[in-house]
Design a protein around this ligand. Structure first.
Ligand SMILES: [Mg+2]
Length: 180
């Protein structure tokens, strides 16, 4: 089984369906396979960080308070399943006015590196969009494109991308590849 220093997870389209700008806990749900996938990958002491662009905040569509309620739910579910979650990093920037924190920028990853002493070149980034893959690749990580969320569209447009280390139908299938 592969052991990474940390596995960085995109949120929308990777851990949960992505209808766009989820702004209420009532609209937030993990995919059925998400927690089993993470539990499987935890068996080798893998630990996780969530890194998520939430431009809905800058767009005025998502109150930060509601995002925090969703984060509390995610933390509670991870904890109940003994999944080691170091932190959840969020970027609220609008893409037209983005700082280095917004993926594919490195800001959120560098914050995690500093706060948790993570060796980024020994990490994996899992996500459904090209910006997730670019963010990981730029920091020397392995990357996994999941075909949930926007993943199929991403695959169509970036099949030859050198940014992508692993392809998987979803996070469960992806982690199963790594556990062989
Ligand atoms: Mg996504």
């Amino acid at each position: 089984m592969k052991k990474f220093d940390c596995i960085f997870l995109d949120r929308d389209g990777t851990l949960n369906p992505d209808p766009g700008y989820i702004n209420n806990i009532l609209d937030y749900n993990f995919y059925d396979f998400t927690l089993p996938a993470l539990k499987m990958m935890c068996k080798n002491n893998n630990r996780f960080c969530i890194v998520t662009n939430q431009s809905g905040v800058a767009r005025g569509l998502i109150p930060i308070k509601n995002l925090n309620i969703i984060n509390d739910f995610i933390k509670k579910e991870f904890s109940a399943n003994n999944i080691s979650l170091l932190d959840i990093y969020m970027c609220f920037d609008h893409p037209n006015n983005a700082s280095i924190r917004r993926k594919p920028g490195s800001g959120m990853f560098l914050e995690a590196k500093k706060e948790y002493n993570i060796k980024l070149s020994k990490c994996l980034m899992v996500g459904d969009s090209i910006i997730d893959m670019e963010a990981g690749k730029n920091l020397g990580m392995e990357t996994m494109l999941v075909l949930t969320g926007k993943g199929k569209e991403t695959l169509k447009n970036f099949q030859d991308s050198k940014c992508i280390t692993y392809f998987a139908d979803n996070i469960y299938e992806g982690f199963r590849q790594l556990c062989r």
